[in-house]
Design a protein around this ligand. Sequence first.
Ligand SMILES: Cc1cc2nc3c(=O)[nH]c(=O)nc-3n(C[C@H](O)[C@H](O)[C@H](O)COP(=O)(O)OP(=O)(O)OC[C@H]3O[C@@H](n4cnc5c(N)ncnc54)[C@H](O)[C@@H]3O)c2cc1C
Length: 463
Amino acid sequence: MVIIGDGPGGYEGALVARQLGADVTLISSGGIGGSAVLTDCVPSKTLIATAEAIDDAAASGYLGVQIDGHPADNADFSANLATVNKRIMELVRAQSNGIKASLAEAGVEVIHGHGRFISHDTVTVTTTDGEASPVETISADTILIATGARPRVLAEAMPDGERILTWEQVYDLTELPRHLIVVGSGVTGAEFASAFHALGSEVTLVSSRDQVLPGEDSDAARVLEEVFARRGLNVKSRTRALAATRNDDTVSVSLNDGTTIEGTHVLMAVGSLPNTEDLGLAEANVTTDDRGFITVDRVSRTSARHIYAAGDCTGVNMLASVAAMQGRIAMYHALGDAVSPLDAAAVSSTIFTEPEIATVGLQQHDLEEGEFRGEHIMLPLKTNARAKMHGHRDGFVKLFARKGSQIVAGGVIVAPNASELIHSITLAVDNRLTVDQLAQAFTVYPSLSGSVAEAARRMHTTQ
Ligand SMILES: Cc1cc2nc3c(=O)[nH]c(=O)nc-3n(C[C@H](O)[C@H](O)[C@H](O)COP(=O)(O)OP(=O)(O)OC[C@H]3O[C@@H](n4cnc5c(N)ncnc54)[C@H](O)[C@@H]3O)c2cc1C
């Protein structure tokens, strides 16, 4: 088994393949853990942990907390970015080393370099500076491609790593941006805007759409916009950034409405491109779609026999959890183990803003577009006793159920720790539980999860 790529799609696949008795060689050009561990998921969520601590501290004045005899909400909380980023990089290294140790313990051979197909069953490895590595070609019965994706950059806003940044470069900063302009209001843009504002930066979020978080639940996006507005985070909606220029210690971002925004830094969050160009896919008869993502089925098979693909390079729900699952599924399938095809409708995901927005299963747009016949309920968080105790006012629990059977079809939670709370709805969706079954399971009083059960209870019907 040869695996090209060292992110969750690759290393999780490698561990399963070893467990099932295959000889596994993993080719790594990025660093074990891939973008998920080194530049994307792990560092961003660690940065957000500091942002959350500041948000909690700033909100604690409302609960009567004082600092040196003064209400905590009047205190000027901010982060020392050099300290925060040092901690992030230590944690990233530790995570990567932990995965490296697991691979070594499992007996996975790791080769460092760039993997490329020269035929359907043979891959060459070159070092990243272009030299041939000691092992030049490897043939395998089965090959898994898990090469991930990278930030899309615009020629008119070329990142310089200092003032014009991709999301991979923010951890090199030693000082908090005084005014950060975030271009792109998708998940990544919204998360960084929310985090840097909490850390103490002035933030302007440039959004080309009517609402932030295009494609996500519009009630959730509305809550986030209200929170942003209340906190003084400036959102420029229906505006496209055309270019970003650096002028010594500042940046100018020109917009399609003819205006310009001045800031100290700009973070470009305008999507990702798959790492599939320099892989020799044509030599292996592996097809991609018109955007370069490798086409796979629900057990991660590509168009070529014995070649599988997993993770961001396939463009299927670009999440670390999905990459890992696709990698495992590929290996179960290739090695003849029991396998359940990927069920995209049961994938839960979270936008780690303040408050968090977690979703699973069928959504409002599916209901409105007639994807399923059903009904929904939305319960505001402010009716929940635990939320009141903590002073949480923003958010809701939304549940979708199929008409007739009352089977839970999906849900949205906007709340602190929504990433944890969504799991009960995920279990319901995955196991086709009814709203009554979800409602009957005990929840702790008082707890935010009580609102999930309450929403389900309110959907009970006697017909
Ligand atoms: C800012 C940000 C935050 C995110 N937060 C979350 C989150 O909270 N939760 C979540 O589930 N997802 C999150 N994601 C998404 C998640 O990071 C990706 O879905 C995940 O990294 C995909 O894993 P992967 O294995 O496909 O690829 P990657 O993690 O990108 O790993 C691919 C690796 O393969 C290497 N490689 C590429 N080409 C070759 C080659 N030819 N030979 C050898 N090696 C090669 C690359 O250098 C890279 O190291 C986030 C993404 C971003 C951008």
